[in-house]
Design a protein around this ligand. Structure first.
Ligand SMILES: O=C(O)CCC(=O)C(=O)O
Ligand SMILES: [Fe+2]
Length: 291
């Protein structure tokens, strides 16, 4: 069931524009905000804007993902930090051979209706310009993938999102429901990058050395921008029956991004028509090659 609201929400109703003047980036306050965000991102690959959503909107925000969470596709699977196959040529202790349970669920974007706070923010030109400025690009583009554009990550009791690197350069997330305990976002800033994979550093973390880690104390309505490609990160198991919900606003540097059909199937348990078209085109291409 889609979530619908009476009337569309404007930015000023939703965001604390006094603290976060995302609609006035050229003003002195706007520039100061951008500088602070960019500095924090450069320092450790992560910036959190506490209480980004106005307090009087929090109940509605939480209700949006609470209503959506039953539609989450639960994909219990085992993954290594690189979301890749194991490498039998490497020792069992090597990070590429270290698999752990990924037991979260994802609600796909086509379940999230227009008019919700979530969709309003995702499509809002000022919000997108703000994100682009924070991550240091001219423009960010919405995904052309109706499943992966806007996603709710649902973690039930005992479920976790194990150590991994993201395939996207950056993600924008917002917590909408906090569990009673656990469900902590932990990350190792810049553990890999231009200097290489740093398998030793990654292995030390997997072996329990937490000295390089930072943990985020997130609360509903906080906005997080995160460079997850170079930072090993995880969400620890949720403790207690209250689910943990976060929303992922997915943008790309280039327009027209659509995820692979097999990835849609693995993550959401289904494909959208655009993925079916992609598969069909591949079959046609393969057929013409074999002629
Ligand atoms: O739910 C979160 O806080 C982040 C999840 C995450 O790391 C991911 O979806 O790649
Ligand atoms: Fe991630």
């Amino acid at each position: 069931m889609n979530v619908r609201t009476e009337k569309p929400i404007d930015l000023a109703t939703c965001i604390d524009l006094e603290s976060y003047p995302v609609d006035r980036l050229g003003s002195a306050e706007g520039k100061a905000l951008l500088t602070a965000c960019q500095r924090q991102l450069a320092d450790d690959g992560c910036v959190v804007l506490k209480d980004f959503v106005r307090p009087d909107m929090l109940a509605q925000l939480e209700a949006e993902t609470a209503r959506l969470s039953p539609q989450a596709h639960l994909n219990a699977t085992e993954t290594n930090p690189y979301n890749s196959a194991p490498d039998p040529a490497l020792p069992q202790t090597h990070p590429k051979n270290r698999f752990d349970d990924r037991t979260n669920g994802f609600v796909a974007g086509d379940c999230i209706a227009p008019g919700t706070i979530l969709r309003t923010l995702y499509h809002h030109p000022a919000f997108k310009s703000f994100i682009a400025a924070v991550v240091g690009v001219e423009e960010v583009h919405e995904f052309a993938d109706p499943l992966a554009d806007l996603v709710v990550n649902v973690l039930k009791e005992g479920r976790q999102h194990p150590w991994h690197f993201d395939s996207n350069d950056f993600i924008v997330t917002m917590q909408t429901r906090k569990p009673e305990a656990g469900g902590v976002f932990e990350y190792a800033p810049n553990i890999r990058g231009a200097q290489g994979e740093n398998f030793e550093g990654v292995q030390a973390i997997l072996d329990g050395d937490h000295s390089a880690l930072k943990a985020l104390e997130l609360t509903p309505g906080d906005l997080q921008v995160f460079f997850g490609r170079n930072a090993l990160h995880r969400v620890t198991p949720v403790i207690g029956p209250r689910e943990r919900h976060t929303v992922i606003f997915a943008y790309a540097r280039e327009p027209g991004f659509v995820g692979r059909p097999e990835r849609a199937r693995a993550i959401f348990g289904r494909m959208a028509p655009i993925h079916e078209d992609m598969l069909e085109r591949e079959v046609v291409r393969a057929d013409s090659l074999s002629d």
